[in-house]
Design a binder for this molecule. Sequence first.
Ligand SMILES: Cc1cc2nc3c(=O)[nH]c(=O)nc-3n(C[C@H](O)[C@H](O)[C@H](O)COP(=O)(O)O)c2cc1C
Length: 362
Amino acid sequence: MNGAPTPPVNLQAYEALAAERLPRMVYDYYAGGANDEILLRESRTAWDALRIRYRVLRDVSHRDLSVTIEGHRLDWPVIVAPMAFQQMATPEGEVATARATAAAGSGMILSTLSNRTIEDVRAASNGMVWFQLYIYRDRGITAELVRRAERAGCTGLVLTVDTPILGRRERDLLNGFHVPPEFPAPNLGVDMRSTLGAQSDMSSALAQFILGHWDAGIAWQDLAWLQSITSLPIYVKGVVRGDDALLALEHGAAGVIVSNHGGRQLDTAVPTARALGEVADAMAGRGTLLVDGGVRRGTDVLKALAMGAQAVLLGRPILWGLAAGGEAGARRVLQLLRDEVDLAFALAGVRSPAEATRDLLA
Ligand SMILES: Cc1cc2nc3c(=O)[nH]c(=O)nc-3n(C[C@H](O)[C@H](O)[C@H](O)COP(=O)(O)O)c2cc1C
């Protein structure tokens, strides 16, 4: 033994490393969930509860994990979820994430609440970059963000619909969470700080900003409006019911992301591992179907595909990778997960995502 630290052996170990390195306030903002964090915990245990009916003797010596999502070929079926304020994890922020995901043959969704501009992030990746947005009371701000995303070369828009109002995140209240002033929010469309003045309690400031600017009154017809101002495909993120997924398709969405915001909005909502099957059945192969929430193991990805998702979004572990080692850290997190997905495929007798079918689940 030479005393060198053992490299993290799984995604959970990256979280432990990040917890050591990040200021408590930042770690808690990233890690936390709403209220009692019941959904946050169940987001994981719901994947764990599914059992795999693996197949044997199927010659798994060659495996191909690639998928094509709306014309984008990804080397493997994982896309990085939109997550706010990534400069709090590493100085390069979302640009580091863009480089890491492109290098890993994965895709990325950029949050409206990012610290780096749409243009810088898009320029840092030759891979798939979609832009995530909310609908503002002032529709002109939303329209301008859409134009910027289009001009920058983003190829999809993600409309997040589970956040009409910010969830109650008690860790942030206890820590007096605030975004330190050195971190800008250049894609917000409006200046968060000038709108709010100098507040020290930015947790409520963020909630107040959302109350003041994002439109809690949006409804299905606003999806049609969004479609009328862009030719980009729109994915509706935050759906957990089959009937809502059908409404999304009826209103012109290209696809649906089964998500509950990583347990940060409505506590005790249904975990996505339990919602996905219903949504997949309702969509019956129409439109793109993605899922996120608590995916930490290669077997989770296999289970999501078996249930009907075409790819999976990965959230917090990317922040842990960024905190542990910037772009290289995020890259290592993606490589670890990719190796696990490949192993899960091999051991389950699955050679390609197309072979990940519902009968694999017990
Ligand atoms: C720190 C943090 C910030 C987030 N910010 C956004 C956001 O700006 N927009 C959005 O649609 N979802 C946001 N999410 C939700 C993620 O996109 C995703 O749904 C969730 O994190 C997936 O769960 P996981 O972290 O367990 O993988 C955020 C999640 C975290 C942890």
